[in-house]
Design a protein around this ligand. Structure first.
Ligand SMILES: C[S@@+](CC[C@H](N)C(=O)[O-])C[C@H]1O[C@@H](n2cnc3c(N)ncnc32)[C@H](O)[C@@H]1O
Length: 256
């Protein structure tokens, strides 16, 4: 269903079963190295910062296997949840429809251990049906995905083939007074985003550094006001003894 234009070499990685299991562990598994569950920490920080207002419709873009979507469903009556990866969306729908899912995580060498996640264990049984999962391309969304009070793009921008297309469409999809929450570790890689489309992380023609926060400000300043900016750490487990420990930056913008 997604357009072939999103087929950068990196995008295909998200379809591999190892990565689906890794993201199930990241979203639903036990916390590692004392760092809080990332989707839970993001949605708590965002919902505490936005005004109570209308909490009817929100959009989780790049939702992966769905934990942030279920967390948003505690606060919003309807959550549209979109990801480019059919494998991630199928896993999220399996959790939603069956109420549980088993997967395997590497321990060491060729050894793995089995995990089971349940909607009950994250206390989301009552709200999970509010989420509508679908495949889609954040750079070319269908017209019906509009009129949102909040759009959450968790660690998405530096995985898009042309992030400016996504940013340009936000003003028409978020209501006046509504919110755009972006997290990212700004790890630009040409496998996902051709360098001419990076929002930052490069030197300008005069040699001065352009960082991604300033790239976001440039892209959003006409229509959005920056309301919050903070770090949110996350840990992705590779094996029982090896993890990626990363700092994402959360920026929260209000549509004027
Ligand atoms: C680094 S993961 C972050 C997933 C999740 N939001 C999180 O914070 O754990 C990036 C996600 O963006 C998705 N993605 C990549 N390109 C996309 C596109 N063009 N449209 C929608 N989703 C995309 C990937 O499939 C993947 O689920």
């Amino acid at each position: 269903m997604p357009s072939s234009s999103a087929q950068t070499p990196g995008a295909a990685l998200y379809e591999t079963s190892g990565l689906i299991d890794q993201y199930l562990e990241f979203h639903f598994g036990p916390e590692a190295l004392g760092v809080r569950n990332f989707p839970v920490a993001c949605i708590e920080a965002i919902t505490a910062s936005i005004s109570p207002g209308r909490r009817d419709r929100c959009l989780d873009l790049g939702c992966a296997v769905g934990r942030s979507s279920f967390e948003l469903a505690r606060h919003f009556e309807h959550v549209d949840a979109v990801d480019y990866s059919a494998g991630f969306i199928a896993a999220a729908q399996a959790v939603q429809q069956q109420g549980s899912l088993t997967y395997h995580v590497p321990t060491e060498g060729a050894l793995t251990c089995q995990r089971e996640i349940t909607l009950q264990s994250i206390d989301a049984g009552e709200v999970a049906a509010r989420v509508h999962f679908q495949t889609g391309d954040a750079c070319s969304l269908p017209a019906a995905l509009t009129d949102y009070e909040l759009v959450f793009a968790g660690n998405l921008i530096d995985r898009l083939y042309e992030p400016q297309l996504f940013l340009d469409s936000m003003a028409e999809r978020i209501r006046s007074g509504g919110w755009l929450a972006i997290t990212s570790p700004y790890t630009w890689l040409a496998d996902y985003t051709p360098q001419e489309h990076w929002l930052g992380g490069y030197a300008a023609a005069d040699g001065s550094p352009v960082d991604t926060f300033h790239g976001l400000q440039t892209a959003l300043a006409d229509q959005f006001t920056l309301v919050d900016r903070r770090d949110i750490p996350f840990v992705i487990r590779e094996t029982a003894r090896k993890h990626q420990h990363t700092l994402a930056e959360l920026t929260l913008w209000q549509r004027r």
